[in-house]
Structures are given as C-alpha cells and as structure tokens.
Design a protein around this ligand. Structure first.
Ligand SMILES: Cc1cc2nc3c(=O)[nH]c(=O)nc-3n(C[C@H](O)[C@H](O)[C@H](O)COP(=O)(O)OP(=O)(O)OC[C@H]3O[C@@H](n4cnc5c(N)ncnc54)[C@H](O)[C@@H]3O)c2cc1C
Length: 418
C-alpha cells in the first residue's frame, strides 16, 4: 500500500524542460505536484543545449515554426500557439532571464548560460512547492482508479501522470528511452526510436583535414538510382563526414548507402564559375588555379584537397588548365558524390525520432487517447524539430499545454477541496 504522503495530484516523470515547465504551471494553479527524476540533478540535457549556451527558441513568428517538425506539423500546432516563443521569452524575463536574438533568428539567454535557464525553472518550481525527488528511477506504472508508480526510492500514487522522459539521444544525460517502456506497459505502442539531427560518416572520405570548414551548399539525396530530395543550407565538413544544419536538419531523410551529391558553392552557379575561369584564363593566364579558386571564397585547405582529388598539380596556372581537367574540377565542385557509410548513433544525435505515436495522443491537450489521466510532453513523443531552438520550444510548449489540460480536468476536484 502507498504511503499517504506519497500521493500527489500529478506525478511528472522526468525533470527536463518539458517536465519542469509542466510541474511549475500545474503547481502554481494549486495542484500537488511531484517530479521524479532518475539523475542526481535536473535538466542535464538542457545544460548541454546550444553548447551550454541554450538556444531556447527562435525570434520568428510562431506560425513559421510549424514547418520545422517534419511530419509533426499538425500535431505541434496547438501547443505552440497556446504557449508561443514570445510568451516563453516573457516567462523567462519574469524569472530574471532576459533573452536575445543572436542575429540569425536563434534566441539565447543574454548571459549565454543554459545554467541560468535551468535555475530559473527550478526557482519557479520551488516557489509553487513542486517536490522534486532525485535519484528516483520510475520502474513501472499501472492504473486502477489511481496511477500506482513504482520507483527505486519507493511507491507513489497520483490522479494524473505526465511522462516527460525524453528520447534516447545523448543517453548519458538520463534519457534512455524508459518512457517508451512505461507507456507500452500502460497500453501504448511506441514507434521504434531512431537518431535524428545527426551527422553522417562518408565512405572513403577525403576531407578530414578540412574539418571545421563550412559552406552554403546544395545537397541532392539519391537512393536506388532515384533522386529522393534536394536541399540547400550550411554544410560542415567534419573529420569523418558531413554535419551542419544542411545535414542535421535533413538526417531524418538520409539512410546508410544513400548517395549525397554535393554542390559545395551552393549559392554559385556552375556556369558562372566556368565563365569566370575562362575569362581569367585569357586575361590573367599566369594566375595560379589555386589563387583563382580561393579568390572565389573557397578555403585554401579545401582547394588543395579538391585539386589533388582531380589530380591537378597545385601550382598549375590558369592558362595550363585544359578542358578535361576543367570539367573534372567543376563536376567535383558542383556534384561531389559521397556514399553514406553510416549515420551517427544516439550518442551524437541531438534528437530522437519515433517514440509515442502522435495518433495515440491529442495534440490539443497532450492527453493519451488510451489511458485516462495520462499525459505526454517533449521528446518522448514522435516529434523532432530542426536545429535552432525548435526542440526546446516544443518541450516547453507541450509541457505548458499538458499542465493547462490537467489543470482544467482537475479543476472541479480542486475547487471542491478549497
Ligand atoms: C547536445 C545537445 C544539444 C542540444 N541543443 C539544443 C538547443 O540548443 N536548442 C534546442 O531547441 N534543442 C536542443 N537540443 C534538444 C533538446 O535539448 C531536447 O529536445 C530537450 O531537452 C527535450 O526535453 P525533454 O524534457 O522532453 O527531455 P529531456 O531533456 O531528455 O529530459 C528527460 C528527463 O527525464 C529523466 N528520466 C528519463 N527516464 C526516467 C525514469 N525512468 N525515471 C525518472 N526520470 C527519468 C531524464 O533523466 C531527464 O532528466 C539539444 C540536444 C542535445 C543532445
């Protein structure tokens, strides 16, 4: 039998951004709320976010967010409009954390410290008497008239449960996929999780020495001889392959064995570079090809590798470049074929695809359609956003939405108690 002191209106599983946001709002409305967190501290992944600076949202109109969640667009709509980026920034402002657009639409705390964002959330929870039990791993949840929750530090019961256990990426931060198992035991059918926002490793990769260089590029994805997709964005060369927003944001569409055709100088046209090359060869034939390419904005380290790939001597003059080599060079610059050896796994993925199916949860309330009183928020759901603040905004918005819904449903009970 549960200890009477371990009964709460709401048990939140997971002290990440989604769980803490929900707990703070639910408790402020008068619900007794307990957060069960397996780690010795809250928000480990939040602390890592944005390289420790926390890209908490974006400055765009909230409606412009919607297309940045893959097939989750319809599902995220209600929660994002219910608690927008503007409201999120105001919420943190009230807690003493001012934020600013970094200049590229990404919003960070002015202090550039994710620690400040986490501390503000925890302060808000403390103010509303949220109880947080650390080192408390939820092992099993069942439901009769109440939820019965078994953890490593004892048993709890509650009227409502919010599963905010995150996905499977960066498992060292605590999100090890427990939410899928807990939900499955309650009758849900989690979709197999897969890493997203992940870099790719390339077979026979020649650009290791160019690690850190990035270009605005075009990428076409080919599978079984057919073109599957065509994207543009910033591509980052790494030691073993490609990363940067162009790869991370589209990694959900890339599979092992795919051929990526990269046009490195994506904002330039092949014909224009060819024309400039021919013009300068006749007006300044003594200029080296290397100098010409670097003068067009291509980094020298990259130019060296590209010339060696095309078997063109480094000291070749423009007047010495024959048609065959010119074509080989332009083909490689504008259509470099790279075979995907692998996508990096959960250890390097910044988000998780799959998880609790959107069809099993109401996007307007975050309530389970299968188990009364059960709610979900954040990355445990089959929602993954692009890089740049979309995932944290969804975690916060879905946490707030779950809290609002629980407050509404609990309303009658609460007013009877007071
Ligand atoms: C390196 C990195 C950088 C990122 N940077 C950004 C960024 O700048 N901007 C952005 O928008 N997004 C970013 N993200 C993504 C963002 O951090 C996540 O989408 C967000 O943290 C998800 O929040 P959540 O509350 O759903 O889950 P989580 O933050 O994963 O929190 C889940 C919590 O549940 C706890 N838990 C799990 N199982 C149990 C259990 N059985 N019992 C008790 N507790 C449990 C975990 O310990 C954890 O504390 C980044 C991700 C990574 C990995």
């Amino acid at each position: 039998m549960e200890d009477v002191n371990n009964h709460f209106d709401l048990i939140v599983v997971g002290a990440g951004p989604a769980g803490l946001m929900a707990a703070a709002f639910a408790a402020e409305a008068g619900l007794s709320v307990c957060v069960l967190e397996k780690n010795a501290r809250a928000g480990m992944k939040l602390l890592l976010s944005g390289s420790g600076q926390c890209n908490l949202t974006r400055a765009d109109d909230i409606r412009d967010f919607l297309t940045h969640y893959g097939r989750g667009e319809r599902f995220v709509r209600s929660s994002l409009l219910n608690f927008t980026n503007t409201q999120l920034r105001e919420f943190f402002h009230q807690l003493g954390v001012d934020s600013e657009d970094r200049g590229d639409g990404k919003v960070f705390p002015v202090s550039r410290r994710s620690h400040d964002v986490l501390e503000a959330l925890l302060r808000c929870c403390r103010k509303s008497d949220v109880i947080i039990r650390y080192k408390s791993v939820v092992r099993y949840i069942e439901k009769d008239e109440l939820f019965r929750i078994r953890t490593t530090d004892g048993r709890y019961s509650s009227d409502f449960v919010l599963l905010a256990t995150g996905g499977l990426s960066y498992p060292t931060s605590g999100s090890t996929g427990d939410g899928y198992k807990l939900a499955a035991e309650l009758g849900h059918h989690p979709l197999s999780p897969y890493p997203v926002l992940t870099p790719v490793t390339i077979t026979s990769y020649p650009f290791s020495s160019c690690s850190g260089i990035s270009f605005y590029s075009r990428m076409e994805i080919f599978r079984d001889g057919k073109k599957r997709a065509d994207y543009r964005g910033d591509l980052l060369l790494t030691h073993k392959g490609f990363s940067g927003p162009l790869i991370l944001n589209n990694s959900r569409d890339i599979e092992k064995g795919d051929i990526l055709k990269i046009a490195f100088p994506g904002e330039r046209k092949k014909e224009d570079l060819q024309k400039a090359l021919l013009d300068e060869a006749s007006s300044a034939g003594k200029k080296s090809l290397k100098k010409f390419l670097t003068s067009k904005g291509l980094p020298e380290r990259f130019v060296r590798i590209m010339m060696s790939l095309c078997e063109i001597p480094e000291d070749l003059l423009l007047s010495q470049l024959n048609k065959k080599n010119r074509m080989i060079l332009l083909d490689n610059l504008f259509g470099f074929s790279a075979i995907v050896k692998s996508k990096d796994g959960f250890n390097k993925a910044m988000a998780t695809g799959g998880g609790i199916p959107r069809e099993e949860v109401r996007g307007k309330t975050m309530a389970s359609i299968l188990v009364e009183g059960l709610y979900f928020a954040g990355e445990v759901l089959d929602i993954d956003g692009d890089t740049g603040g979309y995932n944290l905004q969804f975690a916060f918005s879905s946490g707030k939405m779950a809290a609002d819904s629980i407050i509404r449903v609990a309303g009658a009970g609460l007013s009877a108690r007071t």
